[in-house]
Design a binder for this molecule. Structure first.
Ligand SMILES: Cc1ncc(C[n+]2csc(CCOP(=O)(O)OP(=O)(O)O)c2C)c(N)n1
Ligand SMILES: [Mg+2]
Length: 597
């Protein structure tokens, strides 16, 4: 049995490995010891965790030093929410849980938003937080940063665990990893009370207590009859459509997904973060004819895409229904890791449950050789709309208005991404988000990272840092000026770690538009506007990065090309017409409006 001792003030963190050597005497060998700090590090390393995103303070300050000393990369942020977002996106990109480390109570709460967001988006992430004395917390005696963190985290994540004894660290870390990445991935909370860290333990017992997780995300093979049911339904379709969600992007089953789309010849729509799974310029992409294909399709195969608000819940006018809750008549095939996803909004006629990789490869295998492509009337009708809409867009993009608008600025971003297909696009805002998504083509998988399921502001700099750290690739973050403000202080972090991040702020002086005024005529500005002509680029210069102020597309192009060439931290303040945006971008209709004017 492992012997756990409470720390004595004088206890060394770890006894010298060879006491004889230390003393030069031939004394009896004292048992080697380890402690909570080192067991945690060993448990993380054993499971291939090499990067920690976090923010130091009591009780984890020394832990951050030791992590770095042990060879892990520790990326230290200015606010925990951004560290959490970095961890979450690292999880999405790598299929390994991203780790965020925070201090008790307020630090924990700051990280919690990112944990909840990760869970909602199915990103594997572990929020590891120090916490204060259990005895004091439970009696509510007012400890330093007292909070019942485990109870608070539980409803906001997939699983939450606390480790009280050093001998249980191995199990705690293993459970957290499995919970984060297996089945539908998500956020996990791991609570580590301050007292755990210095607890000592016999080193051999400590080593034996660690667990290297075997097969953390086991494949889940779909049932053969479910695959057949789905293919039979698809085969009978006159106007089939495939919708790819970010679950499909996460799966890293890119070749099979492409094979499924190309072998069936079925038009597909990528959801925002599934853009690039097949290049957006692919002839089967129906993105430019979205409002035509959704109501017209008769059989829709969802792959790692949920029928939530982003797909109008699978019903209503978007899908050809009469009223806003009416079924449009489509039959749905849903390929998803979670069996309870089916029927969440409308009837699913053919659920295929399993991991996306296994499901898609089973579907491809089931196609056989004689699969008939969809009727030509369907693909031709889509192609016609696409051609028309793409031509219309090209016309808009070619305009060169002064001041610059979203289109003329994003036309430049589009070219830069086209010339640098490995660059990772981070994107948030309202108009700055919606226009970028529709204008900037992605041609490789998992290169577009954005506001996700919640449409949350504040992911920008956390995602940018996380993506740059785990990939080493150039990051281009297209940010609304409001969106940027949520995580803007991390430009210091970007400079400190010298990351190849180029931030482009679409600066229209406000939330949606910068032109609003206070209707009372009073001295306060409208709640939707900011300081006019704010010089965001100086923020980057303050920390040694490159700041550029641009007002025309050629200036923007030059600044972006230089950023990509130099890989230096760069912030480009792109001045956009303050009248160019619309309320909430594309989702104006979701705003409740007052009956009484
Ligand atoms: C955490 C959070 N707070 C508030 C919002 C509401 N919201 C949606 S978009 C947005 C900002 C839009 O302005 P900006 O980023 O400047 O984009 P623009 O439309 O001006 O291009 C806000 C505050 C949100 N989505 N998330
Ligand atoms: Mg704005």
């Amino acid at each position: 049995m492992a012997s756990v001792t409470q720390p004595a003030a004088t206890a060394p963190a770890a006894a010298p490995a060879t006491p004889q050597a230390a003393s030069g005497q031939n004394v009896a060998q004292a048992p080697e010891t380890t402690d909570g700090f080192h067991l945690l590090i060993d448990a993380l390393k054993l499971n291939g965790i090499d990067t920690i995103f976090g923010l130091p303070g009591i009780p984890v300050t020394d832990f951050t030093r030791m992590l770095q000393a042990a060879g892990l990369r520790v990326i230290s942020f200015r606010h925990e929410q951004n560290a959490g977002n970095a961890a979450a996106i690292a999880g999405f990109m790598t299929q390994k849980p991203g780790i965020c480390l925070t201090v008790s109570a307020p630090g924990f709460l700051n990280g919690l938003t990112a944990l909840a967001n990760a869970t909602t988006n199915c990103f594997p992430m572990i929020l590891v937080s120090g916490s204060s004395e259990r005895e004091v917390v439970d009696l509510q005696q007012g400890d330093y940063e007292e909070m019942d963190q485990l109870a608070i985290a539980k409803p906001l994540c997939k699983a939450a665990f606390r480790v009280l004894h050093a001998e249980d660290i191995g199990v705690g870390v293993a459970r957290a990893i499995r919970a984060a990445v297996s089945g539908r991935p998500g956020g996990v909370y791991l609570d580590l009370p301050a007292k755990l860290f210095p607890q000592t333990l016999d080193a051999e017992a400590g080593r034996k207590s660690l667990i290297k997780v075997v097969d953390p995300a086991p494949r889940q093979i779909p049932a053969a009859d479910a695959v057949k049911r789905a293919l039979d339904l698809l085969k009978g379709a006159k106007r089939p459509l495939i919708v790819l969600g970010k679950g499909a992007a996460y799966a890293q089953a890119d070749a099979d997904i492409r094979a499924l789309v190309e072998k069936t010849g079925i038009p597909y729509l990528p959801m925002s973060m599934a853009k690039g799974l097949l290049p957006d310029t692919h002839e089967q992409s129906a993105s430019a004819a979205r409002s035509y294909v959704l109501p017209e399709a008769d059989v829709v195969m969802l792959i790692g895409a949920r029928l939530n608000w982003l797909l109008s819940h699978g019903k209503g006018k978007t899908w050809g229904g009469q009223g806003h809750k009416d079924w449009g008549g489509q039959k749905f095939i849903q390929v998803d890791i979670s069996p309870t996803e089916a029927d969440s909004n409308v009837r699913i006629d053919a659920p295929v449950v399993g991991d996306i990789g296994s499901c898609v490869s089973a579907l491809v295998a089931g196609l056989g050789s004689g699969w008939a492509r969809p009727p030509a009337e369907w693909t031709a009708a889509i192609a016609e709309r696409k051609t028309r809409n793409i031509a219309k867009m090209a016309e808009t993009l070619a305009k060169n208005p002064s001041p610059m608008n979203f289109h003329s600025a994003l036309n430049v971003v589009r070219d830069i991404i086209k010339a640098n297909p490995d660059a990772i696009m981070v994107n948030e805002g309202a108009n700055a988000l919606d226009f970028t998504r529709s204008i900037v083509d992605m041609c490789k998988p998992r290169k577009r990272l954005d506001v996700g399921t919640w449409g949350v502001m504040g992911i920008g700099m956390g995602f940018a840092v996380g993506a740059a750290v785990v990939s080493g690739e150039q990051v281009i973050a297209v940010e609304g000026d409001s969106a940027f403000g949520f995580s803007g202080m991390e430009v210091e972090t970007i400079c400190r770690y010298n990351l190849p991040v180029c931030i482009v702020i679409m600066n229209n002086n406000g939330v949606y538009r910068g032109s609003e005024v206070n209707p009372t005529g009073g001295p306060d500005p409208s709640p939707l506007v900011f300081v006019k002509d704010a010089r965001y680029e100086k923020l980057m210069e303050a920390f040694g990065g490159v700041g550029v102020h641009v007002t025309t597309p050629p200036e923007l192009r030059e600044a972006m090309e230089e950023a990509v060439r130099s890989r230096r931290p760069t912030l480009i303040n792109a001045v956009i017409d303050e009248n160019a945006g619309t309320e909430s971008g594309r989702i104006t209709s979701l705003n409740p409006t007052a009956k009484k004017k």
